[in-house]
Ligand binder design. Sequence first.
Ligand code: NAP
Length: 405
Amino acid sequence: MTKRLNKRILITGARGFLGSAIMKRLLVLGYELRLLIRPHGGIRDIDGYLMGNLEDTALYKSISQNLEIFEGDITVPFLGFDEGVYKRLTYEVDEVFHCAAATNFESQRAVELMDINVHGTENMLRFARSGKLKRFHYVSTAYVAGRQNSVVFEDKLVNEPQFNNEYERTKFLAEKMVVEYAKSAGIPYTIYRPSIIVGDSKTGVTCRYDNLYIFAKVLSNIENGCVRNQRGSMNKFHKRMTVNDQGVPVAIRVPGDPNAFVNLVPLDYVADAITELLRKRETVGKIFHIVNPNPPTVEKLRDLLISIMKIKNIDLTIDGEMDGKLLRTAERLYLRRTRTYYSYLFSKLRFDSNNTTAALRDTDIHCPAINYKLLKILLNYAISHNWGESNTVFVKKSVPYEKVL
Ligand SMILES: NC(=O)c1ccc[n+]([C@@H]2O[C@H](COP(=O)([O-])OP(=O)(O)OC[C@H]3O[C@@H](n4cnc5c(N)ncnc54)[C@H](OP(=O)(O)O)[C@@H]3O)[C@@H](O)[C@H]2O)c1
């Protein structure tokens, strides 16, 4: 049997990539959890998730007794609960862990981003203030810092920078609101700012296949297309890739700065760090960067990907000035699939993480280095899970770089 702590935490986003990892850790520690889950498929999903992740059935049974699930939606009044349920929870819950967010980068989804990330967070703050005053944990992002090219500190709220996308802007607005609202309502708050989260460093497990994975997946698609092409088994996709019929590698220029930093953090590090920080009293009123203190450069990451994936048929260069250049077929394919992430390949942001380092000093929670071994674990998992989906990509004739973006 797990022990039972007399602390009830309401979690949002518990079915998501990070929220589910934190939920599992809190359950194992003995917290009583209340989950706010959107109605579609929710409850059985969570049960299945826990069963699938906790092979020990006895442990599953004992911890699932500490779990109550509520269908709701953070964007609607009373979080979509019956008024009676809402009222009961405002007194029953001791702390709120607000992890739910819209996490897409597409500008056409700006309204949804604003609604979920800003208005949804306001509703959660209102909940934290109602009934019993509750401690409020908010998962932000290190990229509220936007396009700055400097060191970003934890203690200060970032001055509104230029943003790479609406996701960053809405997370910035939400974070600012958390600090101002919490201060004026007397809510004890803690903010966690992870950088770019990838799979578990020991197992590779992930349920998100964006950022790093998309770059690797498209690289793999093109490489495999080329290989099969040389063997003569062509299909629609591979016929387009015949630029290397003479055995010359396909040249692909990727927009970016070779010396920019890609701040990747494995899921287990982020979840362990946040779980540890949220249990400490002295983390109240502070912001924590959950980042990689030694992030790889774009060039280093490119080299590691090429080496791990044994890429032979592609000559991948990083090009700081792509405007006005005509794209080849393979380049167009590559860029179209990865375009939402390019601004991050120019980022020179450095994140100071003194608060996190100090608060975790006496623990063995450290961000692992993003090296060959770790990336291989991540990529092996992704490849063995078909990058989370089955996908066929088709490309058309060459177009200018600007038209793809
Ligand atoms: N992934 C990263 O690299 C990264 C990096 C830095 C910060 N973060 C932050 O970490 C948090 C978790 O991100 P993630 O990667 O785990 O995202 P995710 O996998 O997309 O999960 C987001 C969760 O939010 C829930 N949600 C969205 N809209 C909701 C609504 N209206 N009402 C209730 N729940 C709603 C989703 O519910 P459904 O299951 O119903 O869809 C999902 O469970 C976010 O705040 C994100 O900004 C993530």
